[in-house]
Write a protein that binds this ligand. Sequence first.
Ligand code: 8YV
Length: 333
Amino acid sequence: MSKSHKVWVSRPLFPEVLDHLARYVHVQAETSERRHTAAQLRQKLAGVDGAIIGLSDRIDGEVIAGNRRLRAIANLAVGYNNLDVPALTAAGIFATNTPDVLNETTADYAWALLLAAARRVSSAERWLRAGNWRGDMRFDDWLGLDVHGKTLGILGMGRIGQAIARRAYGFGMPVLYHNRSRLSAAIEHDCRAAWVEKAELLRRADHLMLALPYSAQSHHAIGAAELALMKPTAVLVNIARGGIVDDAALATALREGRLAAAGLDVFEGEPAVLPGLRELDNAVLSPHLASASADTRRAMAQLAADNLLAALGYGPDAGRPRSWLNPEAGGRT
Ligand code: 8YV
């Protein structure tokens, strides 16, 4: 097959996925992880038909202005707040994301953070590694919070929120959720979850997980006022997006004991993490890795590659990528 299309991959990707792409198109792949400025993105995208990009690559109207060649952008994430989809649609450029393949892995990790924060796993490990375990442990040392049997609150009940909810059954936890739109009775039944207003969710949840997408509407959905409604014995888990939580308000609540603990995988302004959060022992922090299992990151990369190829007219889904965010874009011919 003669290769007429050229694609850019903005970060190192699994070699087998690059090989798969290279069967159809010319691939120009970055070999090191780096943040690209708008000017670099403009320049990289100027000479290609499609690109696989990551969350730190912001593709907006300015980046694609005057680009007559680009036909498709495949995001390596389910969240796509780094894409200006209306601008891509107006330019007739396909936009795709990677839903579903990461639901279960991300839900697993949300539970890992809840358990680690409630049972003080990270601080106990830091203490042990520092050589502090010399004599007998006091019987009343390292007391944490129970998870089992408590009421779990979930804010944002999309596919990841539902996967989180289904796991609660094994912990004997009733589930309350809040979502802009209430789920069907069948899904509520499957997840054993009951819809409540947001304020009620904050008041009643013994532990709260955030699984909503980031948008102007969800910016600081959890700020000082919301934290004040939560139980002082609650653990807050954010595996969604930085910016959904007001990190400064959270750090204050954790420091002052108005919230027991937090498990955070995402931060406002990441990779920077507020020093006020970094210094707290009751915050378990990780570098945005909730979807990072070997199988799932491979599946996400493969889906992004398949989406891109389909958008460029290759494979069984030619012209109709599986996770197409803007079918109304129609695509450039
Ligand atoms: C990232 C995520 O894609 O899918 C999302 O929206 O936030 C993650 O799965 C991943 O961390 C790579 O940046």
